[in-house]
Design a protein around this ligand. Structure first.
Ligand code: MCN
Ligand code: CUM
Length: 795
């Protein structure tokens, strides 16, 4: 484990290397800070029409009738499309990413508030919006299922009456680990603690909402779809399957994206409706949702009710973990995760600890709420897993009267145990946990903080210190274990070096703000010795990029980053043959130094990549089998996921009069292996920590008993601003991934995964004098105050 920034990449040449990895400014920023980004709503095509969606006002109702006459007569309205129209086109229902179907427009029954009922296409957005009010719909309201705990009650209203023979709201049961072995360990343990822990429904709420511009050209039968998507290639294949348009006649363009956070993985009815609108009207159609539509109908996150238990010895050796989870998936099972894993990667709930046994069981249910579930920097539900284990370990520490940091350290998987096979089947690639934990304690001044807390407690002041440690699993595939609707999780990369030595690299992943245009250029720069500014990164257009599964689960660096390193190495290897021909020597007599091949023993004789590229495209006679270019392509199928980790410490002060929680300090030590651009990594961590404070203290999508969404605007769904978060204190260690070509692990979701338990542990720690052992998120002033009165609000 290395903690010095520059020494962190010894292979890269140390402190003063001119190009490659390091803290360089983002290449994309000049365009963004000048307002020159090109987002969906910036796209204007000749003759383009606008659209709006009529949404259901209630959560559960039979659709009795729908009359569009008045809307059609409204000036400027070009078309009004209903579920009945879609039935004729066989497009009323679309397959979801989880082997279920979802209504594109309601045909039979409304299943959540905000569901899509009708689609208006008009000359401008105002006419489309106004016409919504002229559509006459009659609903017959049904009792809804809102509380997931009641979804499986006998007699509960059946939501999915569209599924033949369905008589309940059950979706799946899934388990991992060994139940009998785990029960046996529990039966003989000295100490068992048990707690129900709810991770409430939250929403990724990206700054840019979802939208699309569909342009169907009827003569060639060619569809161009500009779309807010994190996975353009996967979407193209799915559109080909759903809409029946041949795949080679579909071009998906994902322009600049104003934040995705998992919200832009799925295929929403709005995208499909824009396509239908364009086919029906013969004109390009734009659809852009507003904030409430985004919060009420697009992919939510979490909604896990977890019963968790730890078995341990008296002296604090953790022996086993078990959990039973009720997963609220909403009205359609549309979660976006590898097919094999209906609960995502939740079964990494064993965390960072060396256990004797573990077992988890997850039951998925339908409720009358919006579908989704895998979003908001979740790493396929590692968020829920880490929150569960890190809360349980804190509860155990309290019970055993042990320091929570020391209890964690005592139970860590040890460095020599890697690669470590956990009890639910994961193989952790590499890790060195204690130095990261110790570093975070050192930055925090942990002992001093505990002393301060003790003094304050004596004076009746409420100060809390929360510790969390997480292990993530990011970078899905390998393809043999992981697919989405049959598409294996691998990624392509294509690299072309132009005659003058400038290059273009084409990716199958899609940035939503993570800085790919910079970091992927840095990977090529590091491998070929071309400055990053001479390398263009192309992504987000299926006509211009190789096939691959896209950006989510922090897989871009683990998978696409590996593909890019390998494609650059392929070019480098080819360059060796061309250089040998140019220098009239043998390839094996050449040696590589960053940027050039030179003659072993005589470094003055050599050729730079630019010279070699000119040679490849020039008049030099090339060896047999070597084409006249310096191009290559690669498809990378990762052998395993990568397992980044981190140690977080949060310090809070609580106002005893109001219950208001102030996050005073937050220390985050992250280990994502080799660090390509430390500045971008810090940006990712800062963003994720802000997410974590938001979820822990403010954010929740709640429903009343009728199924009305109470978090449908930013007046009600609170997200943190600079006012609510402290100055982040970050540190890092470097434990490279042994199987990744450059040793990098993903980092894009680490802080969102790791920070909520640190904040909640701090709040609960501050409330220890009141006997509070657990509190569900969000720890709003009202809830904290009630907990202080000994009346914790029922979850
Ligand atoms: N990076 C690096 N060195 C590493 C690891 C990563 O320099 N060892 C850099 C990468 O090269 C990349 C960035 O950090 O520029 C994030 O990389 P990675 O961890 O591979 O994650 P992805 O690029 O695949 O991004 C996806 C991840 C996810 S799943 C969510 S959700 C999320 C997140 O990224 N959504 C985001 N961070 C986000 N940040 C912004 N601004 N916007 C979003 O929508
Ligand atoms: Cu789960 S949110 Mo990200 O994987 O796109």
């Amino acid at each position: 484990t290395i903690t010095d920034e520059r020494a962190s990449n010894p292979a890269a040449g140390g402190a003063d290397r001119p190009i490659g990895y390091g803290r360089i400014q983002r290449k994309e920023d000049p365009r963004f800070i000048r307002g020159k980004g090109n987002y969906i709503d910036d796209i204007v095509l000749p003759g383009m029409l606008h659209s709006a969606i009529l949404r259901a006002p209630v959560a559960h109702a039979t659709l009795v009738s729908i009359d569009t006459t008045r809307a059609l007569a409204h000036p400027g309205v070009v078309a009004v499309i209903t579920g009945k129209d879609l039935l004729g086109l066989k497009l009323a229902w679309a397959p979801t990413l989880s082997a279920d179907v979802q209504a594109v427009l309601v045909t039979d029954k409304v299943r959540f508030q905000g569901q899509e009922v009708a689609f208006v296409v008009a000359n401008d957005r105002y006419a489309a919006r106004d016409a919504l009010e002229l559509i006459d719909v009659e609903y017959d309201v049904l009792p809804p299922v809102i509380d997931a705990r009641k979804a499986l009650d006998p007699g509960a209203p059946v939501i999915r009456t569209d599924i033949e023979g369905k008589t309940d709201n059950h979706i799946f049961d899934w388990e991992a680990g060994d139940a009998a072995e785990t029960d046996a360990v529990f039966a003989s343990a000295d100490v068992v603690i048990s707690q129900e822990i709810v991770y409430p429904r939250v929403h990724p709420a990206p700054m840019e909402t979802c939208g699309a511009v569909a342009d169907y050209e009827p003569i060639e039968g060619h569809l161009t779809l500009y779309e807010t998507t994190q996975a353009p290639h996967a979407h193209r294949t799915l559109f080909a399957i759903v809409a029946g348009i041949p795949e080679h006649k579909i071009r998906i363009v994902s322009p600049d994206i104003g934040g995705g956070f998992g919200n832009k993985v799925g295929i929403y009815p709005g995208y499909i409706l824009a396509v239908v609108g364009s086919i029906v009207t013969g004109k390009p159609v734009k659809w852009v949702e507003d904030r409430s539509e985004n919060l009420m109908s697009t992919s939510f996150a979490r909604d896990y009710i977890m019963q968790g238990e730890i078995a341990a010895t008296k002296d604090g050796t953790i022996l086993a973990l078990r959990t039973n989870v009720l997963a609220d998936h909403g009205a359609f099972n549309a979660t976006a995760q590898p097919t094999k894993y209906p609960a995502g990667f939740f079964h990494i709930f064993t965390g960072s600890y060396d256990l004797k046994a573990a077992h988890c069981k997850v039951t998925g249910v339908y409720t009358n709420k919006a579908p989704g579930g895998v979003a908001y920097a979740c790493s396929f539900r590692v968020t829920e897993a880490v929150y569960l284990v890190e809360r349980l370990v804190d509860i155990l520490a309290r019970k055993l009267e042990m320091d929570p940091a020391e209890l964690r350290i005592k139970n860590f998987i040890q460095p020599e145990q890697f690669p470590y096979k956990n009890k639910t089947g994961w193989e952790y690639d590499s890790g060195n946990y204690e130095p990261a934990m110790r570093l975070s304690m050192q930055i925090a001044g942990y002992e001093e903080l505990r002393r301060e807390q003790k003094e304050k407690r004596e004076r009746g002041e409420l100060m809390g210190i929360g510790v969390s440690f997480f292990t993530e699993t990011v970078g899905a595939g390998p393809r043999k274990h992981m697919d989405i609707v049959g598409l294996g999780m691998a990624d392509g990369a294509e690299l072309r070096v132009h005659p003058t030595g400038k290059a273009v690299v084409r990716l199958s992943v899609q940035s939503q703000g993570q800085g790919h245009e910079t970091t992927f250029a840095q990977i090529v720069a590091e491998e070929l010795g071309i400055p990053p500014e001479d390398i263009d990164v192309v992504h987000g257009d299926t006509d211009q990029t190789p096939f691959g599964l896209g950006t989510y689960g922090s897989r871009s660096t683990p998978v696409s980053g590996a593909a890019v390193a390998l494609v650059a190495r392929k070019v480098r290897d080819k360059a060796r043959f061309i250089a040998a021909a140019m220098l009239e020597t043998r390839p094996e007599d050449l040696e590589w130094e960053k940027g050039r091949w030179f003659v072993k023993g005589d470094p003055s004789i050599g050729k730079t990549i630019a010279e070699i590229s000119m040679g490849a495209h020039g008049t030099v006679e090339l060896p047999e089998g070597i084409d006249g270019n310096l191009d290559a392509e690669v498809t990378y199928d990762p052998p395993n996921l990568t397992f980044p980790f981190g140690a977080y410490i949060c310090v809070v002060d609580i106002d005893p009069g109001t219950g208001h929680v102030k996050v005073r300090r937050f220390i985050a030590v992250d280990d994502c292996g080799t660090r390509i651009n430390p500045m971008i990594i810090e940006g990712q961590v800062h963003g994720g920590l802000t997410d974590g404070v938001g979820m822990a203290l403010m954010e929740i999508i709640q429903f009343d008993e009728d199924g009305n969404n109470l978090g449908g605007s930013f007046m009600d769904y609170l997200i943190p601003t600079a006012m609510e978060v402290p100055n982040w204190e970050t540190g890092f260690t470097v434990t490279p991934s042994p199987h990744h070509p450059i040793g990098a692990k993903g980092v894009g979701e680490s802080a969102t995964v790791g920070s909520p338990p640190a904040v909640v542990n701090a709040v609960v720690d501050a409330l220890a004098p009141f006997g509070v052992v657990h509190m569900d998120m969000p720890c709003t002033p009202g809830r904290v105050w009630e907990a202080m009165q000994g009346r914790p609000r029922p979850p």
